[in-house]
Design a protein around this ligand. Structure first.
Ligand code: ATP
Ligand code: MG
Length: 587
């Protein structure tokens, strides 16, 4: 892996980056002190929605723009912090009118429309538990998640209700209320009520129900990359980590225009697409539309986005369409760019430096961790291919499981082991819903075991190797798919690569790669040979793929992750497993 360091250049910037000193801040950091940066509820207790919204009104920030919503059709809607406070109060009153009490589960099945954000924060105000579902899920994944999550209320649209809910609604008697965000002129469907009418009739005044730090607030389902999605439980105390990580890992300041491109149906879109930007008092951009390179560059330019948080899958698509398109736009307002969700190939970091004059900063976390745990910060030099260093307040290690259920940290630099985090950060999940045993298995000796393999270098930078499930054992070598994929991506013809281990009588497993090409390149024997040769030169014969197949696309989850388990199951003719989060299949 390349270990060279990229030293930062500075460009035109609207807000100065916070060049905090990593060692100094870490040394002086305590979560108790971090809690002190938030207010707590006026009568005692902690509530995410208070910190995200109402607090700003008390501090005189009510007029500031909280959300700028960009509709697919070009409509723009602005919400000040004051507007958000009023609308979320109304929704909390709507829920009260429906008899929802503390702990009641409220699900949304909505596109990225303003109502989604109002439902999220209004639910938290009444002490309810909010669970966002991807609007693109089919009927069965929607039903399964709502059943696991004991849904009491669902907010959706008429179209989604007809297509994805109506057929099974009677099987979930616990789902008492369905609110439809509709055109008010439309006749109502039986058994549902109208969101807009209910909001109009509700009072704009509401006192947040007292919630404690440990009260359940959010229920997030994992991406389902490695198997059936798990329901991770998060509590109000998570807001402490959302706030602090927004500040340190994403460099959020009041005055920033922040765009997190993730959908709230995935944890990134909630922790950093709702909570962290609002607690930090920024203006957040919400784009209703799906990925489109030109649209994205136009948003960055026209909205003057200063901090941009996206994912490797989108970055790879931007690379695929080419830098020329980026150069048509003035992106000089962008100060900080970050990426999460999958390993960020060094090639993508280098491309971003060449194309934008600044680099993407990779950071690592999971649905379970609730917030960013390891990151490349604005204030530090980054190493392309590394996920960075642990946040203040986070202790990370590379460990080995030992007999008897304990773990042993591996202190030798660049030793490969399981990435583990010392338990106790505020946004740590408090359970997998209805899966206590599975939850308990994630912990040993005071550590949370992440299921990812990593290495740590002598300077404390962490390097992702692969998921424990994806790692390949070939002739005694432990091979992480990421390293092989990154090497393939260095070849100018390659847009994307997914690598699996294929059983082999001699080697145990051999490395097999599935490759999608950039426009203008044709699959064929000559290119296959060239790629095999390129990989062998870069990686050596022990690690390089022995087989390469070409694909137009790789199978991907809705949160944009390559589904290696599906490539593998198909290669081996095995059952495909849970496909509820599959977004785009291979072709
Ligand atoms: P499931 O647990 O259902 O299989 P998932 O693990 O993909 O799905 P998420 O919680 O959305 O669900 O994703 C977290 C995982 O994504 C991490 O454990 C890691 O494997 C991967 N990941 C996230 N960020 C990074 C990163 N910066 N570098 C490498 N891998 C990352
Ligand atoms: Mg996972």
């Amino acid at each position: 892996m390349p270990l060279e360091t990229i030293h930062k250049t500075t460009g035109k910037q609207s807000v100065a980056p916070n060049l905090w000193d990593y060692e100094e801040v870490r040394a002086g950091f305590t979560w108790d002190a971090a809690r002190g940066e938030l207010d707590g509820l006026p009568g005692g207790g902690l509530n995410i929605a208070h910190e995200a919204v109402d607090r700003h009104l008390i501090q005189g920030g009510g007029e500031r723009l909280a959300v700028r919503w960009l509709g697919k059709d070009g409509t723009v809607r602005d919400f000040r912090y004051r507007d958000l406070a009023e609308l979320t109060n109304r929704f909390a009153n709507v829920l009260r009118g429906l008899g929802v009490e503390k702990g009641g589960r409220v699900f949304s099945l909505l596109g990225r429309i303003p109502e989604l954000y109002i439902v999220a924060l209004g639910t938290l105000k009444i002490g309810g538990v909010f669970s966002p579902l991807f609007s693109a899920f089919g009927p069965e994944p929607v039903r399964a998640r709502m059943e696991i999550g004991d849904a009491r209320v669902l907010v959706t649209t008429e179209t989604f209700y007809r297509r994805k809910v109506a057929s099974w609604r009677s099987e979930l008697p616990g789902l008492r209320h369905v609110l439809l965000v509709n055109d008010p002129e439309m006749p109502l469907i039986e058994g549902t009520s109208d969101f807009t009418d209910a909001m109009a009739a509700a009072s704009p005044e509401f006192d947040i129900v007292p919630t404690g730090a440990e009260d359940m607030a959010l229920l997030h389902f994992t991406s389902g990359t490695t198997g059936r999605p798990k329901g991770a439980v998060h509590v109000h105390e998570a807001v402490v980590a959302h706030h602090i990580t927004g500040k340190y890992a994403l460099d959020l300041h009041a005055g920033d225009v922040f765009w997190c491109t993730a959908d709230p149906g995935w944890v990134t879109g909630t922790s950093y697409g709702i909570v962290a930007p609002l607690t930090n008092g920024v203006t957040m951009i919400v784009d209703e539309a799906d990925f489109d390179a030109e649209r994205w560059y136009r948003i960055l330019q026209d909205q003057g986005v200063t901090v941009w948080y996206t994912a490797p899958t989108a970055i790879r698509m931007l690379m695929k369409v080419g830098a020329e398109i980026a150069h048509k736009y003035d992106l000089s307002a962008v100060r900080f760019m970050a990426s999460v969700g999958e390993p960020l190939n060094p090639e993508a970091v280098i491309w971003s430096q060449q194309t934008f004059g600044r680099t993407f900063h990779d950071n690592w976390w999971q649905t379970e961790t609730g917030g960013i745990m390891i990151a490349n910060y604005a204030s530090m030099d980054i190493r392309p291919g590394s996920m960075g260093r642990p946040l203040p307040g986070v202790e990370a290690a590379v460990v080995e499981r030992v007999a008897g259920g304990g773990v042993k940290p591996l202190d030798r630099p660049m030793a490969t082991g399981e990435l583990a985090l010392k338990s106790g950060w505020p946004s740590m999940f408090r359970g997998y819903l209805h899966e206590d045993e599975r939850y308990a298995k994630c912990f040993a000796g005071g550590w949370y075991l992440t299921g990812d393999l990593a290495m740590r270098d002598a300077d404390g930078y962490f390097w992702f190797v692969g998921r424990t499930d994806d790692v390949i054992k070939s002739s005694g070598h432990l091979i992480g798919p990421f390293e092989v994929e990154s090497a393939l991506m260095e070849h100018p013809a390659v847009a994307e690569a997914g690598v699996i281990g294929k059983p082999d009588p001699m080697a145990g497993e051999i490395v097999k790669a599935f490759v999608a090409l950039k426009p203008g390149h044709e699959p064929g024997e000559a290119l296959r040979k060239e790629l095999l040769g390129h990989a062998r030169r870069r990686l050596g014969p022990a690690v390089a793929p022995k087989e390469i197949d070409f694909r137009t696309n790789l199978p991907r989850t809705r949160s944009g992750k390559i589904m290696r388990r599906l490539l593998k199951a198909r290669e081996l003719g095995l059952p495909e497993g849970d496909l509820s989060t599959l977004e785009s299949d291979e072709s």
